[in-house]
Design a protein around this ligand. Structure first.
Ligand code: GLU
Length: 501
């Protein structure tokens, strides 16, 4: 049975807690919108917390992009790393002593233990479990051995009951039961002294007085562990509400993935979508007017949205629908001067134009060449002739491989700069034994629609990774695409050639 959202007398405090490990994801905006609406409806607070405990993958650039894109959408927060608040700091990497103190408390109370198992031992154990078709988790080797070899590397694991069931309540799904036997002794602190998501998330939700956890469905399986932590600490857990995942608009409504749809808010911004259209579109995942009018403002959404009535069937992220809505905002909400201002803020301002000028200058015979030469800087996808997508002496399938490998290499770059882009193409040329001049030609075509244009590396850097990715993927599709199976095989080949690059 479904539950109710309103917690006892306590104040409503909700949060989004993105991990800054890549592009700002549309799913973060979707969660932010629903949390914000819920907070505003109850006169509560909306908090933004940065969960950057994964040292290897978290970056400040990603964090900044998340803050910028949510602010651009108008989904602003009351407390967060940039605005502070009563529970600062709001960035987990700045709260390490708090987590340490809590892990020590679990250890002292016998709810957690140090695990000294080496990587080799864990691998051997996993292989054995696989062979014998046993539970794939940790075998609890260190659980009952009292040891404190402080100079050896260890992780801390929480104790999960061996028997019985966990019962959790989700507002949209009712009670969910899970056998403890299917749950691992979760690591709560890694050997580098950083907490894992589970520990940091629970400790912060409690200390930041979060009343309702409204987040993506993918976290539902973590709740039993979280509830156990609340119990170990003697805390009251928040109300849980797991939002259905966004779906691709494909036949089997698969989970939204960047292989099928751009998922970065940056892409939508660069491709000329309006923040109010995106917010409206996200809102439609949770509320539509009975009388069928689909255009509504954030204020209207906040007034009408009822989280308890959310349908569990995954909302479809239908980009055509978003385009349709976007067009309506452009037509209906802007007069000439306002639209001009919008265009200037988007890509026709001195800042962006000023960066194109030095790239265009060597190719201009007359000023009037500017229009066709630079049109691709002001486009989403560009018109490409499949016949122009040629890699000298190779088959189209070979070019597909090269383009896809390039996409992966670009995605792995910490910085999509001119030098780094050149490095990627040079390394592709070397490792795949293709002359750089031959290699760059199909990239020109894919990115600009023409065989020769402004200098490639600088132009790509200015276009940015989002538009570059979309256009390279468009070229891949035009050449016949890559099935999931072929992608897997190619991934293997890619790793063999480029290792962890
Ligand atoms: N850091 C998690 C994420 O990136 C937060 C999940 C949660 O909201 O608890 O989605």
């Amino acid at each position: 049975m479904r539950g109710v959202m309103t917690a006892s007398a306590s104040k409503v405090r909700v949060r989004v807690a993105p991990s800054p490990t890549g592009d700002p994801h549309v799913g973060t905006a979707y969660q932010a919108l629903f949390n914000l609406a819920f907070a505003r409806q109850h006169d509560g607070q909306f908090i933004l917390r940065i969960e950057d405990t994964d040292q290897a993958r978290s970056t400040r650039e990603s964090e900044q992009m998340i803050l910028d894109s949510l602010r651009w959408l108008g989904l602003t927060w009351d407390e967060g790393p940039d605005v502070s608040g009563p529970h600062a700091p709001y960035r987990q990497s700045e709260r390490l002593p708090i987590y340490k103190e809590h892990v020590d408390r679990l250890l002292a109370d016998g709810h957690a233990y140090r695990c000294y198992c080496t990587k080799e031992r864990l691998e051997a154990m996993r292989a054995e479990h696989r062979d014998q078709k046993l539970f794939p988790g940790y075998d609890r080797h260190c659980r009952d051995i009292a040891r404190d070899d402080s100079d050896e590397r260890f992780v801390v694991r929480m104790k999960i009951p061996i028997e019985g069931q966990s019962v959790m309540h989700d507002v949209l799904r009712g009670d969910i039961r899970k056998d403890w036997a299917s749950i691992d002794d979760q690591i709560v602190m890694k050997s580098d002294g950083f907490p894992t998501y589970h520990l940091a998330n629970v400790v912060d939700d409690h200390l930041m007085e979060i009343s309702h956890v409204i987040r993506g469905e993918e976290w539902i399986n973590s709740v039993p562990k979280h509830l156990k932590l609340y119990e170990y600490f003697g805390w009251e857990p928040p109300v849980f509400c797991h939002l259905p995942l966004l779906r691709n608009n494909d036949a089997n409504k698969s989970k939204l993935s960047k292989r099928k749809n751009p998922t970065s808010i940056n892409y939508y911004r660069r491709a000329g979508f309006l923040p109010e259209a995106i917010v409206n579109f996200m809102g439609m995942m949770g509320w539509t007017r009975a009388e069928g009018e689909e255009k509504f403002s954030l204020a209207e959404f906040i007034e009408n949205f009822d989280i308890e009535k959310l349908s569990l069937s995954g909302p479809v992220f239908d980009v055509d629908k978003l385009r349709w809505l976007n067009a309506r905002y452009i037509r209906e909400d802007y007069d000439g001067p306002a639209l001009l201002k919008l265009l200037q803020d988007w890509a026709l301002g001195a800042d962006y134009l000023g960066k194109i000028v030095p790239l265009a200058q060597p190719r201009l015979e007359t000023l009037a060449d500017w229009g066709f030469l630079t049109a691709f800087f002001f486009a989403d996808r560009v018109p490409i002739q499949a016949d122009d997508l040629i890699l000298k002496g190779k088959e189209p399938a070979d070019l597909v491989r090269v383009l896809q490998m390039a996409i992966w290499l670009f995605e792995a770059l910490p910085n999509f700069s001119e030098g780094a882009i050149e490095g990627v193409l040079r390394s592709l040329s070397e490792k795949l034994d293709i002359k750089l001049r031959d290699l760059t030609r199909p990239f020109y075509v894919a990115l600009t629609g023409s065989k020769a244009s402004t200098p490639l590396f600088g132009s790509m850097a200015l276009l940015g990774l989002d538009l570059t990715r979309v256009r390279l993927r468009q070229a891949v599709e035009l050449l016949g695409g890559l099935s999931a199976k072929k992608t897997k095989a190619l991934e293997k080949e890619y790793r063999a050639i480029f290792g962890e690059e």
